[in-house]
Design a protein around this ligand. Structure first.
Ligand SMILES: Nc1ncnc2c1ncn2[C@@H]1O[C@H](COP(=O)(O)OP(=O)(O)OP(=O)(O)O)[C@@H](O)[C@H]1O
Ligand SMILES: [Mg+2]
Length: 250
């Protein structure tokens, strides 16, 4: 779903990262990891066609990135802060279909039906008529995902969708991502600080190490040496008797 050949990310006169050369297989669930400011959101911005590569070639779903690409669904970092407090959840989801047409034109019956379908896919039907400000963080995140999915994209980008969620809600969101990936084959990129809630779902990860992005399968990424280097603090990788894998600060 992603092909990078010697890609660099440049903001103004600053190079954020460079020499990105890797392929991410279609239909996989992939984490994007790296310290604060390493350029994770910047990568998503480039995939969305909002920032051109400083150099090299980037291909997304086999084509050049372009703005407003309906083949990509996007859940921004801090979605709750961007969503209007008084807007109903179902209207936020509708925005994913109509974009700027909100309030200017009547919704068609098929648009309305698709919104209901997307709300059901994420388990948000029972709070769809509530205002955004009246929803919990976990509920708001479901609305965000429904909004991103409503146009039936082939690829989903989520920027820290697990931030500010308790462990239970983190697991629920990860289960939801696994289910929609299994059902539709949609490729999923998830920016995350904590790999643990995602480990059971991941095929691989893009990691931003010392100003260079790389891609590796999950078994290679979950390594004490790599994670310790990546985060600049000692990380231990632990496998439980049940075979579950997790990481923790040493
Ligand atoms: N619009 C912008 N204009 C100029 N520089 C920017 C802009 N957005 C981000 N940057 C800079 O680019 C670098 C990478 O930022 P980015 O937001 O991609 O990091 P991140 O890995 O997503 O960080 P975080 O984990 O804090 O979300 C940072 O140094 C940041 O200050
Ligand atoms: Mg970010």
């Amino acid at each position: 779903m992603l092909e990078l050949e010697n890609v660099s990310a440049v903001r103004g006169d600053r190079t954020i990262w460079e020499e990105g050369t890797f392929h991410v297989p279609s239909g996989s669930i992939v984490a994007v990891i790296g310290p604060n400011g390493s350029g994770k959101t910047t990568l998503l911005t480039m995939i969305l066609g909002l920032l051109k590569p400083g150099s090299g070639t980037l291909r997304v779903l086999g084509e050049e990135p372009r703005r407003g690409n309906s083949r990509i669904g996007y859940v921004p970092q801090n979605y709750a802060a961007i969503a209007g407090d008084s807007i109903r959840a179902c209207d936020m989801v509708l925005l994913g279909l109509t974009g700027t047409r909100y309030g200017l034109k009547r919704t068609t019956a098929s648009e309305h039906a698709r919104v209901q379908e997307a709300l059901a896919e994420v388990g948000a039907t029972h709070f769809a008529d509530r205002r955004m400000s009246q929803l919990s963080g976990g509920q708001q995140q479901r609305v965000a995902i429904a909004q991103a999915l409503v146009s039936k994209p082939e690829m989903l980008l989520l920027d820290e969708p697990l931030a500010n969620l308790d462990v239970r809600n983190q697991q629920d969101i990860v289960s939801l991502l696994k289910r929609i990936n299994a059902e539709s084959g949609i490729g999923i990129l998830v920016v995350a600080h904590d790999l643990n809630p995602l480990l059971s779902a991941l095929d691989g990860a893009i990691y931003l190490l010392d100003g260079h992005p790389h891609y590796a399968g999950v078994d290679d990424v979950v390594s004490e040496e790599l994670l310790t280097h990546l985060y600049g603090t000692a990380i231990k990788v632990v496998r439980t008797a049940q075979g579950d894998l997790f990481t923790r600060s040493a």
